[in-house]
Design a binder for this molecule. Structure first.
Ligand code: CP
Ligand code: NVA
Length: 313
């Protein structure tokens, strides 16, 4: 593939999970996001993706992902096309492979939010252009990039720090685990029985990277960041009642926050359910950086699209 703006040859890459990128590439994208954000704040145009088209495919609902990708590509000089299962032939059983072959002949880059990671991989295997994971049942890598950017802005490097994940072993926590392995920090996890990380997904991992706790208060002890997510992720709605019973003691409250370091941050990918996975006072409190975290989806994804389309600049 030739990048027309610089005539530089770029090897086509996808971003299907965080570990598709090396540590050095993640750090590049983070630094680039800081540069792009700074220009955005000064109202300086940054339009390296002039005339490029992003197709967004949503098979699940979204607010932040939709707006940040669409605004991001416009701000870089390109445009976006939004497709959902309801208003495309995907909802009428057109195979994902055929959809990939067609769409990727017409656009420059694709972002997909879907169910199984396998479905995303099938799309990517038949795509001529880079594909970005906008959330699957297994991973949410764009969100974790934004979270790490937010941590860096508030506290500096995340290397050798401690992060507590309070709640479900879901797309967010498994992506945090990949981040801990790549960037070198320790992830503390506490979830009720039946909702802990699966052995076959984590393998033999060092306790420098992952430590699991029965008590969420113990998991928060001495950490630099406390983070959580909804008890029921999209696609698991039929488990809602049983999950509400199981997770009732896994609500991040001010007592849990007080067992973390005094300067610990609180993050949540949003949308949040106040009074369930987090109390209103923590979500709205001085340690919470959830609004910066949401905004950073815009900046990090601009850096990500630029990197996938143009390589390192
Ligand atoms: N955090 C996140 O991905 O939000 P949306 O579901 O609104 O896109
Ligand atoms: N784990 C949540 C994240 C939403 C952004 C879900 O998959 O619904």
């Amino acid at each position: 593939m030739i990048n027309s703006s610089s005539n530089k040859k770029i090897n086509m890459r996808h971003f299907l999970e965080l570990k598709d990128f090396s540590k050095e590439e993640i750090i590049y994208v983070l630094n680039r996001a800081i540069f792009i954000k700074d220009k955005f704040k000064k109202y300086e145009p940054h339009m390296p993706l002039h005339d490029r088209t992003l197709a967004m495919i949503f098979e699940k609902a979204s607010t932040r992902t939709r707006v940040s990708f669409e605004a991001g590509i416009y701000q870089m000089g390109g445009c976006a096309i939004n497709l959902t299962s309801n208003d495309s032939q995907l909802g009428r059983s057109e195979p994902i492979e055929d959809t990939a072959r067609v769409i990727s002949r017409m656009v420059d880059i694709v972002m997909i939010r879907t169910f199984e990671q396998e479905r995303l991989k099938r799309f990517a295997a038949h795509s001529r252009v880079p594909v970005i994971n906008g959330l699957t049942n297994e991973f949410h890598p764009c969100q974790i990039l934004a979270d790490i950017l937010t941590f860096i802005e508030h506290r500096g490097s995340i290397e050798n720090k401690k992060v507590a994940w309070i709640g479900d072993a879901n797309n967010m926590s498994y992506t945090w685990l990949q981040a801990a392995e790549i960037l070198g920090f320790t992830l503390h996890i506490s979830a009720p029985n039946g909702y802990k990380m699966e052995k076959n997904r984590i393998g033999n991992i060092s306790d420098k990277i992952l430590r699991q706790f029965d008590s969420p208060y113990e998991a928060c002890k001495g950490v630099d960041l406390v983070t959580t997510d909804v008890w029921t992720s999209m696609g698991y709605e039929e488990e809602n009642i049983i999950r509400h019973k199981a997770f009732s003691d896994w609500c991040v409250n001010s007592k849990m926050m007080s067992s973390a370091n005094t300067d610990a941050l609180f993050m949540h990918c949003l949308p949040a359910h106040r009074g369930e996975e987090v109390t209103n006072d923590v979500l709205e409190g001085p340690q919470s950086v959830v609004w910066d975290e949401a905004e950073n989806r815009l900046h990090i994804q601009k850096a990500l699209m630029e990197f996938l389309l143009l390589g390192k600049l």
